[in-house]
Ligand binder design. Sequence first.
Ligand SMILES: C[S@@+](CC[C@H](N)C(=O)[O-])C[C@H]1O[C@@H](n2cnc3c(N)ncnc32)[C@H](O)[C@@H]1O
Length: 213
Amino acid sequence: MRLKHIPGSEEAVAGSPQVIHEPESLKGRWSAEFDGRPIALEIGCGKGQFITQLAARDPQTAYFGLDFYSSVLVKALKKDSEALPNLRFLWMDASGLSEVFAPGEVSVIYLNFSDPWPKDRHAKRRLTAPGFLKKWQSLLAPEGRLEFKTDNMPLFDWSAETLKNEGWTITAITHDLHHDPVLSEGNIMTEYEEKFSARGNAIGKLIALPPKA
Ligand SMILES: C[S@@+](CC[C@H](N)C(=O)[O-])C[C@H]1O[C@@H](n2cnc3c(N)ncnc32)[C@H](O)[C@@H]1O
């Protein structure tokens, strides 16, 4: 997928107080830094619609939207006067998250419409590939969970299979979220979810618990 580069977005993101700079310095102290709130993280948040609405709805949790692309992240930033106290952004590659959060520090990880990397030889790059799942497992608290949504059904089914093979427990799954009476309740749509469901694509969602150590 080719994204349009926005000139000046690097400077805007680098200078924003809504972005956590040097996030490694908070390793092991995230919850304390955010008044004891549990920590929830969207990996690949894009323009931030999902995580922003979630943070507004649930002020008792500290939410973090992470993306490595400044041209989308810059759109997630608000005027400082409108910024939510329980929402911050991380401008980084998700591969480096083990340097940022201590083991068990994160309560929920959201993966929404992650890049599908359809070619077999690129499967390791999928954010639900075994190498990434091991990272997410180590970040999550024992009672934590991973939530994953996509309209890409080959990726969805591959991810569900990979999670099971890696010892995760899938506690809820649907191939048609918007018509699922239980899982659709309180659903917040991402930008991609709005775009692809408007084209008639069904949305898959699953919730998975990490393997017990
Ligand atoms: C297809 S978009 C989905 C955006 C949003 N979650 C949504 O559903 O509308 C995937 C996003 O993930 C980001 N991304 C992909 N791999 C990443 C990585 N390893 N680290 C950080 N961000 C990543 C991309 O820059 C892009 O903004």
